[in-house]
Structures are given as structure tokens and as C-alpha cells.
Write a protein of this length. Structure first.
Length: 186
């Protein structure tokens, strides 16, 4: 009992350690709970969107962050394993945003790598669920990573790496993450 009282007293005097700043993710192009705009919809497979990757702005990365990765995923795709829509990594730790259409307009930071999505190409591939297939959730996640370069190491990645492999390496090196989820249906 005396130990407990001493510990409580010490915490009151010294205060509690500061809480870890939680990562946050924002976008002018995506609003949680609001349907994805046509600008972010794919422009093939019967979809008629502009296929513009969304602006993403993040904050609150933990100390020790050496790079970021962006993964966009549809867990509701009728594949049994979801669908990778955007896979980008090696985004420098000094970066806290990507602009709208960064996937194809050359504004991703130098050194960033976009790898293969489930459309079979590198770069952003917008929402395009099957017609009449109900609402799909599109999860845009920025990960703070403990490594600066995912093209080296035990599982080196490149632009041909599939989304699942990149996700494996990202999850193994993630310090924190933030997600925006938006619905879309046709």
C-alpha cells in the first residue's frame, strides 16, 4: 500500500509523461463518410472518372520517422483479398503532403516510388467497384516508417512490387499511421 501511495504521489508531483502525438490525415479531395468525388474515380472498366489521386496532408508523425508510405485499399472488392488502388513509398520524412494528381503530374517527392496496384500498373487507380455491388470503403492510409528506403533490406521493393508485398514491409516498419475512409458505389 505504501508503494502505491508513493507512486501516485510521484506521478502527481512529476506529472505523467507526454502522450504520443497521434497522426492525423486530411484532404480537400476526400471527406470521411462522404462519397468519393468523380475526380478520384477510375476511367476504365466501365467507370468514367478523372482518376486523379487525392491531395493528402498529414501531421503528428512520431519521432524516429525516416519516411512515409501511402496505401489506398478497398477491403470490399469481390476478390477475397481486397483491391490495392495506390501504393507509394520512400516519401521523405521532411514531407507532410502530396498534392492532387501527384501520382501522375510529377509532384511526388524525389525518391518516392509508386508500385503496382491491382490494376496491374504503378500509380493511382481510382475507385471502380462492380456496378450494383453495393457500397465499397476506400481506405487511404499514410504510414510513418522507421526506415528511409524500402528498396533495400531483407525484402527490397521496387515499382514492380505488388500492393500486398509493400503492405507487408510497411506494416513491419510502421511507427504510426492515419487513415481516411470514404465510400463509393456505382
Amino acid at each position: 500500500m505504501r508503494f502505491l501511495l508513493t507512486t501516485v504521489a510521484a506521478l502527481l508531483v512529476l506529472g505523467t509523461p507526454p502522450a504520443h502525438a497521434e497522426m492525423k490525415l486530411m484532404s480537400k479531395d476526400l471527406a470521411p463518410g462522404q462519397s468519393m468525388a468523380n475526380a478520384q474515380v477510375f476511367n476504365q472498366f466501365g467507370c468514367k472518372g478523372a482518376n486523379v489521386s487525392p491531395e493528402l496532408i498529414w501531421s503528428g508523425a512520431p519521432q524516429g520517422t525516416k519516411s512515409f508510405a501511402i496505401l489506398a485499399f478497398d477491403p470490399d472488392a469481390p476478390t477475397g483479398s481486397g483491391w490495392w488502388h495506390w501504393v507509394a513509398f520512400n516519401i521523405p520524412a521532411s514531407v507532410d503532403r502530396v498534392s492532387s494528381d501527384a501520382s501522375r503530374n510529377g509532384t511526388l517527392p524525389q525518391g518516392a516510388v509508386q508500385s503496382r496496384t491491382d490494376f496491374g500498373i504503378a500509380g493511382y487507380g481510382g475507385a471502380c467497384p462492380p456496378a450494383g455491388g453495393g457500397v465499397h470503403r476506400y481506405q487511404f492510409t499514410v504510414y510513418a516508417l522507421s526506415v528511409a528506403d524500402l528498396t533495400t533490406g531483407d525484402f527490397p521493393l521496387n515499382a514492380n512490387a505488388p500492393g500486398a508485398m509493400v503492405s507487408f514491409v510497411v506494416h513491419a516498419t510502421a511507427l504510426d499511421h492515419a487513415t481516411l475512409e470514404v465510400p463509393y458505389q456505382r
